[in-house]
Design a protein around this ligand. Structure first.
Ligand code: EPZ
Length: 419
C-alpha cells in the first residue's frame, strides 16, 4: 500500500534518538555469505527495504536466511543453486551487483543484470567489470546481463580509474576468494569498506590497508563463517543531527562513530550549529537561524554525497547565500524542485546549486524521488510552518528504519498514512 507521511512542522526536537546499523555496510556483509558454505550471522541487521531485497536475492541464489532468537540474521549458502541475479531484483536495487564478486569467487560463473540507471544518475559498473577482468574473469554483456566466467580467480594489481565504493567492495570479496595476492589502488576509503574488511578477515581472508586508498588482499581457498556487528549508519546519524539543527531543537543522537561524521560536523559548525561530540554520541542544538556555507561533495573523508540533500535543506533557511556542488552523481538535485514548492529559493546550474536562504518553509504536498531526497523533504517538513504531506514514501523506507517513529519519540508531529 503506497504510504505517505504527514508532518505538522515547527516543533523543536528534544530528547535522545538512537542510530541503526548502516544500510551500506549491511548489504556487502550479506553478500559475503556467498563466499562460504558456512553461516554468516549479522547481529544488528537493520529492518530496511533494501536489506529485504538483498536477502530475497540471496535466497534466489540458494541462501537460507533466518532470524535467530536474539534477532540476529543468519545467512547460509551451503550450495549455490543459481548464479543468476535477475533483472527484476537488480533493477529495484543496484547494490545487487555486490553478488557478482562473491559468485565469481565461489562458483566461477555469474550472470547479473546490468543495473541500469536510477534517479540520481547513470551509475555504470565498468570499474567493477574491469577489476574482475584483471583477476582473470572473462566478461561479456549479453541482452542487458553481465556474463562473467573464471575457472579460478588469480590475485592481481588493480587500479580503478575513479573511486567507487561498491566497486571496491565487489573486488575485495572476489579477491578474498582468489588465488594469491590482490592490490587495489585508488580504493574507496568509506568506513563501510573497513567494516567489510573486518568481516572478511573474520572469515579467514588476510587484508591490509582497508580504509586507505591501497588495499592488499591475500585470498584463501576456504573462507569460513563469522559473526558480525555492522557499524552504525553515518548517513542516518547525519540526517538526525540535521533534524535537530533545522528544528532549533536540542537532540542527543546516540550510537554513532564520530570520526565517520567529521566532514559533516565541520560543515554544520560552520553554519552555526552547536555540537557536543561524545565518544559515541553527538548533542546538537540548532541556531535560531543557520549561517550560509559552501558545500562540495567528495569521496570519504570529504563531505558525503549522501548528506548533500539534507544539508541543502538546512542551508535553504540560512541567513545568506550558499553554494552546493555535487561532484559524485550527475543528477542528485531532485529534491530542489520539491523544496522550491515549500518556499526554498534554489537555482541549479549543472553540478552546482545556489541557495538564497529564506526565513521559513511553508508546509505543502510534495513527492519523494529517491532515498536521500525524501529525507530532505522530511527535514523541510519538520521545519516548515503548517502541514507537509510526502508521497512515495517507499523511497524513504529503503534506507531509514522507522524514521517517523524515531522522530515522533523526540517530539515531531509526524505520522504515516495510507495514500
Ligand atoms: C555507494 O554507491 C552507496 N551505495 C551510495 O549510497 C553512495 O551515494 C555512493 O556509494 C557514493 O558514496 C551503497 O554503498 C550500496 P560509487 P555506489 O560506485 O558504490 C561512478 C545511498 O543513498 N562509477 O562510489 O554505486 C558512479 O556513476 C546510496 O545510500 C562509474 O563510473 O557509488 C558515480 O558517479 C546512493 N563506474 C561515482 O562513480 C563504476 O564502475 C561514485 O559511484 C562505478 C562507479
Amino acid at each position: 500500500m503506497p504510504a505517505r507521511l504527514e508532518i505538522e512542522g515547527g516543533v523543536p526536537l528534544s530528547g535522545a534518538v538512537a542510530v541503526s546499523a548502516a544500510k551500506n555496510a549491511t548489504l556487502p556483509a550479506l553478500a559475503t555469505a556467498l563466499l562460504t558454505a558456512r553461516p554468516i550471522v549479522i547481529e544488528n541487521a537493520p529492518a530496511l527495504a533494501d536489506v529485504t531485497t538483498m536477502t530475497r536475492l540471496l535466497e534466489r541464489l540458494g541462501a537460507a536466511v533466518t532470524r535467530d532468537a536474539d534477532g540476529a540474521m543468519r545467512v547460509q549458502v551451503e550450495r549455490v543453486a543459481s548464479s543468476e541475479a535477475p533483472y527484476e531484483l537488480v533493477s529495484t536495487m543496484r547494490a545487487s551487483v555486490l553478488v557478482l564478486g562473491p559468485l565469481l569467487a565461489r562458483t566461477g560463473t555469474a550472470r547479473v543484470a546490468l543495473p541500469g540507471g536510477c534517479a540520481i544518475g547513470v551509475r555504470p559498473i565498468d570499474q567493477h567489470l574491469k577489476g574482475f577482468a584483471g583477476l582473470g574473469a572473462e566478461i561479456s554483456i549479453q541482452n542487458g546481463y553481465v556474463e562473467a566466467r573464471a575457472s579460478r580467480l588469480k590475485g592481481a594489481r588493480i587500479t580503478t580509474d575513479l573511486v567507487t565504493v561498491t566497486g571496491t567492495e565487489n573486488l575485495m570479496m572476489a579477491a578474498a576468494g582468489a588465488e594469491g595476492t590482490t592490490v587495489i589502488e585508488n580504493a574507496a576509503r568509506e568506513p563501510e569498506i573497513a567494516d567489510l574488511a573486518r568481516l572478511l578477515v573474520a572469515m579467514g581472508a588476510r587484508i591490509d590497508g582497508a580504509g586507505t586508498a591501497r588495499v592488499e588482499i591475500e585470498g584463501v581457498p576456504d573462507l569460513v563463517g563469522a559473526r558480525h556487528r555492522v557499524i552504525p549508519d553515518r548517513i542516518e546519524a547525519g540526517t538526525l543531527i540535521v533534524a535537530g539543527a533545522i528544528t532549533r531543537g536540542d537532540l542527543l543522537v546516540t550510537g554513532v562513530v564520530p570520526e565517520h561524521l567529521s566532514a559533516l560536523l565541520a560543515k554544520l559548525a560552520e553554519c552555526g550549529v552547536t555540537l557536543d561530540v561524545g565518544p559515541a554520541s553527538v548533542r546538537v542544538r540548532g541556531p535560531q537561524r543557520p549561517q550560509p556555507a559552501d558545500v562540495i561533495t567528495s569521496p570519504f573523508p570529504g563531505f558525503p554525497t549522501d548528506m548533500q540533500a539534507q544539508v541543502m535543506t538546512l542551508l535553504g533557511l540560512a541567513d545568506g547565500l550558499s553554494r552546493v556542488t555535487e561532484t559524485i552523481f550527475e543528477n542528485r538535485f531532485m529534491h530542489v524542485a520539491e523544496l522550491a514548492r515549500m518556499g526554498a529559493r534554489i537555482e541549479t546550474d549543472g553540478a552546482t546549486a545556489v541557495i538564497r536562504g529564506v526565513r521559513e518553509y511553508q508546509g505543502a504536498p510534495v513527492m519523494a524521488s529517491d532515498l536521500r531526497a525524501s529525507a530532505a523533504l522530511v527535514l523541510a517538513g519538520l521545519a516548515a510552518r503548517g502541514r507537509t504531506s510526502i508521497s512515495r514514501v517507499y523511497h524513504l523506507d529503503r534506507g531509514y528504519e522507522r524514521l517517523e517513529a524515531k522522530l515522533a519519540a523526540v517530539g515531531a508531529r509526524i505520522e504515516r498514512k495510507p495514500s
